[in-house]
Design a protein around this ligand. Sequence first.
Ligand code: URA
Length: 389
Amino acid sequence: MATEHLNRYLSLAASVSRRVADEMVRNGRVTVGGVKVLDPGTLWDPSTQEVRLDGRTLVPVQEEKIYIMLYKPDNVVTTMKDREGRKTAPSLIGELSSRVFPVGRLDFHTTGLLLLTNDGEFAYRLTHPRFGVEKTYIAKLQSIPRPAELNVLRRGVAIEGKMTTPAQINFIEKKGGKAWVMMRIAEGRYHQVRKMFEAIGHRVTKLRRVAIGPLEIAGVEPGEWRYLTSKEVREMNAYMDRRAVEVAGQKPPADVPRHPKRFETPADRGKRKVIKQSINEAARRKEIEKEKARLTEIQKTARYLKEEVDAEDVAEIVSKWTGIPVSKMLESERTRLTQLEQELGKRVIGQHEALAAVANAVRRSRAGLQAPRQTTSCSQSRPSRRRTA
Ligand code: URA
C-alpha cells in the first residue's frame, strides 16, 4: 500500500503552497474517504481513498519532474536558505513551476556541477551510498603529493575513524610547487575531498566538481544552469542501476587500521622543525652548561694549584687516611692534570680565550709536580709550600 502525506498531495492537486494546504486541512475543509481530517500530515492511500476539498473530489495531478544542472560559483551556499544571508544555489535558478532542491552539497568555496530536482527518488538514488554514484573533482593543491601518498588515497584513508572507499586519482599538472589533480570518488562525506588530501598532508586551495556519473558540467558557465535532457536523465538512471549492481558485488571498505600510516601535514612539518630546533637548542644549552661546569672545575683546580697548595702535603694527609702511598697519589694527580690539560686544549681553548690563562696556570702548577720525591712523609723531607695566612 503506497501512502502519501495529505498536505503534499493537496498542495499539488489544488496548486497551493504547502502552508495554504495545511490551513485548508486544519480548517476542516478536507475529507479523506468521506471522513474529515484535521492533521495536515495524515497519511492516506491514493489507491483506495478519495480526497475531497470543500466537497469536491480532487483529481490527482502528475507533478512535472524537473532536473537541472547548475554551475555553482564560489561564495554560494548549497542550502535553500541561509541564516547569514549569503547567496544560495537555488536562488540562482529563480521561479519555476515546482520547487527544486539541491542534490547533495558543495562547500561554500567549492564550485562546479550541482544537480537540483523535485524528483525525490532520483535525488535519493543519487545520494545513497548503495548506488555508488561517482563524483569527479579537480583540485588545486598547495604542494605536490608523492606517488606513495596518492596511493594511500587510492586504497582508502581513515577520516574521522572511517575508511574512505578507493579513489581514482591522477595528476593533471605540477607547476611552481603546486599540483592540479583529478579525483573520482563514490562517496559524498562532508568535506571529503579536502579531508582526504589533508590526511596525506596536502591542502586543497581550489576545488571544482566537473562530473556526476556520466553527467559533465562542460558547456555551462559559473552561475549558469540548464535543464537536463530526457536522454541525460535516462542515462543517469541507467548508470545508477548499473552502479547499484557493481556496489552490491564490492567488498565493504576495510576497517580502519589500528596503526594507520601517518603522513605529515605541512603544519606538522613546521611543528617538527620548531620542536627539532628547540631540542637542538636545549641540547646546546645543556652542553654549554656542562662546559661551564667543567670550566669552573678547571678554574678551581687551577686556582688551588696557583695558590700553591702543596699537592704533596695534601697527598700525605690523604695517604694517612686511606693508606694509599703518596707516590701513587701524586701519580694519579699528574694523570688528572694531564687529562685536564688535554681537555682544556681540545674542548675549551679556542672557544673561550679566557681559558688559555687558566691552562697556563695549570701547566705552571703541574711543573711543580714533575719530580715527586720518593718519600712517604713529605712534610718531614721538605718545607711546606702551603700558604700562610
Ligand atoms: N569534497 C569537499 O571537500 N568539498 C566539496 O564541496 C565536495 C567534496
